[in-house]
Design a protein around this ligand. Structure first.
Ligand SMILES: *Cc1c(COP(=O)(O)O)cnc(C)c1O
Length: 379
């Protein structure tokens, strides 16, 4: 299988992984030769590094990001901290996996609209959405931008809500508002956080992988057991669990790649700055870019009323694009129960967003060229 070559690809994992290829190959080989293929030292070493990177006491590797989220909710149910039918605040414009984790656990998602400028959950709208049954906020750091502020913290404290982070797109992002324990890094801001290492994420595995971070020893223990058939000790099952373990080959690869993440994130910040200063077209809105820049720019997302025209134009000019996401979760066929909800901002964003190249397969020179090409666009 070969990927057709275009001048400015949206993403090319082969190119992105070139820098870390040797380290990843050595790591994978080490596991293959070790004779140890489930759990073990490689997982422990990666979990230790991830917890240190995030600034949490615990990290538990999982099979993928959706399972990381599912395990958090299931563990809170088993621990009696959440109960069936409790409500969870979720942003209306997230990736569907965030919502799937909530409904899979028998909990009820309550959609709250984002701010158009940041694409992130609008904390000011949470209070209005609360009922007696609301027990948690699932904050999603969408596109790599931290979604956490004083208003969210105050609201959670006042109403005794858990804050769970969907950190799938934001590993290494830095919030402007610290958590109560004084940390700023996403994954350490709330009560628990889910990570995805899907290959296209800023820290990508070479297959599926994920993790949970938390400071809560009981939660970490419950998640570890749940991910391993509910086993607390050998052939002793305290939960009706799952098999959602992190593969040690992926753990070893991720551990080898983690030291390179800061460079990847900083490169994306530099590209975002170039787009921010060079993209200037009356038909295109740039995303809000804060200074200092805490986002890790998983996506650089423009908004336009002429999306199909812009995408076709960029394709003709050999600039790759993508749309995350064309349909909000409540409008998906699987959630017909939510189809009558009125969530105009999520709907509008789904119709107008378009992502342009922002990764280590795009150079700063490329970004300036891409900006010039975008500036010449007329619908
Ligand atoms: C990628 C992603 C997930 C799911 O992660 P997987 O590893 O693909 O299961 C969940 N939430 C968000 C916001 C994501 O971007």
């Amino acid at each position: 299988m070969s990927i057709p070559k275009i001048k400015y690809p949206f993403l090319n994992l082969k190119t992105i992984n070139e820098k870390t290829l040797q380290a990843a190959e050595e790591a994978a080989c080490r596991v293959i030769r070790s004779g140890w293929y489930i759990g073990g030292e490689e997982n422990e070493a990666f979990e230790t590094d991830l917890a240190a990177f995030t600034g949490t006491r615990y990290a538990v590797g999982t099979s993928n990001g959706l399972d990381a989220l599912r395990l958090i909710f299931k563990a809170y149910l088993y621990l009696g901290i959440l109960n069936p039918d409790d409500e969870v605040i979720v942003p209306s414009n997230t990736y569907i996996a965030s919502v799937l984790a909530v409904t899979d656990a028998g909990l009820k998602p309550v959609f709250v609209e984002p701010e158009e400028e940041t694409f992130n959950l609008d904390s000011g709208k949470i209070e209005n959405a609360l009922t007696q049954k609301t027990k948690a906020i699932l904050t999603v750091h969408l596109y790599g931008r931290p979604c956490f502020d004083q208003e969210m913290k105050d609201c959670a404290k006042k109403h005794n809500l858990l804050i769970i982070e969907d950190n799938a797109q934001a590993i290494g992002a830095v919030s402007k508002t610290p958590s109560d324990s004084g940390s700023f890094v996403t994954g350490s801001l709330g009560d628990a956080a889910a990570f995805s290492f899907y290959p296209t994420k800023n820290l990508g595995a070479m297959g599926d992988a994920g993790a949970v971070t938390t400071d809560d020893a009981d939660l970490a223990k419950a998640i570890r057991a749940l991910a391993n058939y509910g086993t607390d000790r050998r052939y002793h099952n305290i939960y009706q669990g799952y098999n959602c373990r992190l593969d040690p080959i992926q753990a070893a690869i991720l551990r080898a790649k983690l030291p390179f993440l800061a460079d990847e994130n900083n490169h994306r910040r530099a590209l975002a700055e170039i787009y921010d200063t060079h993209v200037d077209n009356p038909f295109v809105k740039r995303p809000l870019r804060d200074i200092p820049d805490g986002s890790i720019w998983h996506q650089y997302v423009l908004r336009t009323d002429y999306r199909e025209e812009l995408r076709q134009y960029l394709t003709d000019k050999q600039v790759g694009t993508d749309v995350l996401y064309p349909t909000p979760p409540h409008m998906q066929p699987c959630y017909s129960c939510f189809k009558d909800l009125d969530l105009p901002i999520a709907k509008k964003l789904a119709q107008s967003v378009v992502s342009i190249p922002i990764s280590s397969c795009t150079t700063e020179h490329d970004a300036r060229q891409i900006a010039r090409i975008i500036n010449d666009f007329r619908p």
